[in-house]
Design a protein around this ligand. Structure first.
Ligand SMILES: Cc1cc2nc3c(=O)[nH]c(=O)nc-3n(C[C@H](O)[C@H](O)[C@H](O)COP(=O)(O)OP(=O)(O)OC[C@H]3O[C@@H](n4cnc5c(N)ncnc54)[C@H](O)[C@@H]3O)c2cc1C
Length: 406
């Protein structure tokens, strides 16, 4: 096989975003994945790009990622909706944290809504919210289509794909696989859940484990508006941007009193509308080797709370699944260079769709590659030194609703 500038291990959104930006810089790229198509975390999620909810210090990275999604959508035709997120406030503590967040970030990022406006936005006249907010910069993509469509586009443009090929070792520009060795000037490994098998020392250093999340897809009733994403109080307690507000402690107390079952399930109750229906989730459980079973009690709890907010009396469940993503107890992002031709990147919390293009830009900025001969069009990216590789260090437990990002 001819040597390429770059080999990327993993065809999830992080690997594909890196491949997209590298290709646009004029690099020759090969992508190797053990699956026959993308089926990892990147297709199991809400498709919610929650730029606004990220911590203040992550905003430059989040906005670079937003520009990357826009660039990829324009170039490849993948669906990326810029309709923002709606957050109804059902209680005073929820309203209070939204008001604090709006005052802190300004109206470009957070627009307060009255009770009628938020009820209209999510299509439930009987919502009984006391107010709410719109986060206009957030985006939605279709998680079932985004990564596969990006891979198809890259393949059509001439990027080499080695599907059904398991990487067994990466070192010094050589990628060893069950189908032989491949060579490149630089290798970027984005193996997601495969991190522990491929780089056990890095995974162990970050206490990497697997987070499992109960998810459902339901039919969207005709009366609901199409094209919205909805956060709830549990989301406000969870995302670092909101959780840094002074009202977060009161919100956590309120949730513990009002929704102890959601708190026990470490829920981030939210809904996104995608072309196939409404995605509803999610709970969080952490283990080195999780059991594959979906807890019907948790699935029904999430479904009940979400459909109550949306005024859906008889939800039609189309699918349920137990999503998985890589989690660490001490960081939200692993970005390491075990040798001078190898980069290892893994998002270790539930923000990989949101930050993928921003992280990809940072990875490429840090590589000792020639300046590139491509179109010159590529997402604005943050130099590695200017944004922290480690976002937060909070350790999620069932007692603690506020956790790292999502
Ligand atoms: C239920 C759920 C909800 C979520 N919601 C959101 C959300 O709303 N917003 C958000 O921003 N994020 C969300 N996330 C997180 C997001 O999905 C992940 O952070 C992101 O998809 C990680 O992308 P990735 O490319 O690192 O991993 P993956 O998509 O898992 O890709 C990794 C790839 O590496 C390949 N691989 C692994 N090991 C090897 C090997 N040895 N050889 C060859 N190939 C290998 C795998 O086959 C896989 O294709 C959610 C996740 C879940 C599960």
């Amino acid at each position: 096989m001819p040597k390429t500038d770059l080999i990327i291990v993993g065809s999830g959104i992080l690997g594909l975003a890196t491949a997209f930006l590298a290709y646009r810089q004029g690099r020759t790229v090969r992508i190797i994945d053990r699956s026959a198509r993308p089926v990892g975390s990147s297709i199991q999620n809400f498709g919610h790009a929650c730029f606004t909810g990220q911590a203040d210090e992550i905003q430059p990275l989040a906005m670079a990622s937003r520009a990357g999604w826009q660039e990829a959508a324009a170039a490849t035709g993948i669906w990326a909706a810029e309709t923002g997120t709606f957050a109804p406030a059902m209680t005073e503590p929820e309203l209070h944290i939204l008001q604090e967040f709006a005052a802190h970030r300004g109206s470009d990022q957070v627009q307060m809504l009255d009770a009628g406006e938020v009820a209209d936005a999510i299509g439930n006249p009987d919502l009984h919210a006391i107010g709410g907010a719109h986060l206009p910069l957030d985006m939605r993509v279709n998680p079932r289509e985004a990564a596969p469509a990006l891979a198809t586009w890259l393949a059509r443009e001439g990027v080499e794909f080695g599907w059904s090929t398991t990487v067994t070792e990466v070192a010094g520009g050589t990628v060893s696989t069950n189908r032989g060795d491949f060579h490149a000037d630089q290798v970027v490994a984005c193996p997601g859940l495969g991190l522990s098998a491929l780089f056990p020392a890095i995974a162990d250093a970050h206490e990497v484990r697997i987070c499992t999340l109960v998810m459902s897809l339901i039919d969207r009733p005709q009366h609901l508006p199409s094209g919205f994403a909805m956060f709830t109080g549990t989301s406000m307690a969870r995302y670092d941007g909101f959780a840094a507000m002074p009202g977060a402690a009161a919100l956590r107390e309120d949730l513990a009193q009002r929704e102890p079952e959601l708190v026990d399930a470490i829920a981030n109750l939210m809904v996104t509308d995608i072309p196939g229906g409404l995605l509803i989730g999610d709970s969080h459980a952490y283990d080195l080797s999780p059991e594959p079973f979906i807890d019907e009690g948790i699935a029904n709890l999430l479904l009940d709370r979400a459909t109550t907010l949306l005024g859906i009396e008889e939800p039609v469940v189309l699918q349920r699944w137990l999503g998985q993503y890589t989690n660490s107890t001490n960081t939200n992002l692993i970005l390491e260079r075990p040798d001078d031709q190898t980069t290892v990147a893994a998002v270790t919390s539930g923000v990989g769709m949101t930050l993928s293009f921003g992280i990809a830009g940072r990875i490429l900025n840090d590589l000792p590659l020639d300046s590139g001969a491509g179109t010159g069009a590529s997402a604005e990216s943050e130099p590695l030194a200017e944004t922290p590789a480690t976002f937060t260090t909070s350790t999620p437990t069932a007692d603690e609703v506020v956790m790292s990002a999502r």
